[in-house]
Design a binder for this molecule. Structure first.
Ligand code: NAP
Length: 245
């Protein structure tokens, strides 16, 4: 997959929503999608970070993006319905949705898990994904070819000691991906998951504080698979668990 070379206009005329677009991998994906012609909807919690990504995209001369400030922890089903309505009014359809925003939670022994952290992690990494997906599916059906892409992790495919609620949330995400891929297999919507692999971001630094970040790939270095799965070259790929590295 690392060999994949996306055509310059791979995502021309596509509208793509990226969650957690203000930082880390989501920021790199939003910029990569815009660079390849997409109008990107930047969803995230910290408005300043979203504005910085907006400015980068505008200054580069890519299609003007949109900003949706939203805290996935507190958002309600109505918030997602309203967002879908606004996107439909402005763009008529949605061609791509990258579920990227996540919380790491607290790594440690299972017996030390606190329910407030469990609730936060499951709310952001899972419940928000369910609500956002449910709201966006009707406008994704209006696309000629839409990609619904979930972000997993190696601990979403093989459990590991001390990764508690984060691993649980990623396993559930993989399960949602598989169920949706089966349910939508004869439609214009394909559904897959991507594991970015160890990547130089704030989340990775929190999980591995003793690691030298310079030994890791930067988010910009792992975009080939993100582009492949969002563009029509992956039109026939459905229900797959891909790795970006
Ligand atoms: N980095 C890795 O090595 C690695 C490995 C495997 C999987 N992943 C997965 O890859 C994805 C991206 O991770 P990353 O490393 O880029 O993480 P990151 O640097 O921590 O970025 C996470 C993004 O999610 C947003 N976010 C967090 N909580 C939110 C909330 N309540 N509402 C809205 N947005 C929220 C953050 O926004 P703010 O900055 O505004 O808080 C930020 O933009 C995640 O799904 C992660 O699980 C990463």
């Amino acid at each position: 997959m690392l060999e994949y070379q996306a055509a310059k206009d791979l995502l021309k005329n596509k509208t793509i929503l990226v969650t957690g677009a203000g930082d880390g991998i989501g920021k790199a994906a939003a910029i990569a999608y815009a660079k390849h012609g997409a109008t990107v909807i930047l969803l995230g919690k910290t408005v300043k970070k979203l504005e910085a990504v907006y400015d980068l995209i505008e200054q580069a001369g890519y299609p003007t993006p949109a900003i949706v400030p939203l805290d996935l922890k507190g958002a309600t089903e109505q918030n997602y319905k309203d967002m879908a309505e606004t996107i439909e009014e402005q763009f008529g359809k949605l061609d791509g949705l990258l579920h990227n925003a996540s919380l790491l939670g607290v790594l440690g022994p299972f017996e030390h898990i606190t329910m407030s952290t469990v609730n936060d992690v499951l709310q952001v990494n899972l419940i928000a994904e369910i609500m956002l997906t449910k709201a966006m599916l009707p406008i994704m059906r209006k696309s000629e070819s839409a990609s619904l892409l979930f972000t997993s992790s190696s601990v979403g495919r093989q459990g590991r000691a001390y990764w508690g609620e984060y691993a649980i949330s990623k396993f559930a995400t993989e399960g949602m991906m598989q169920s949706l891929a089966h349910e939508y297999e004869d439609t214009v919507i394909r559904v897959n998951s991507i594991n970015p692999g160890a990547t130089r971001t704030g989340m990775r630094a929190n999980a591995y504080p003793a690691e030298n970040p310079q030994t890791l790939k930067a988010p910009e270095d792992i975009m080939a698979t993100y582009l492949y799965l969002m563009g029509d070259d992956s039109k026939d790929v459905n229900g797959q668990q891909l790795n970006a590295q």
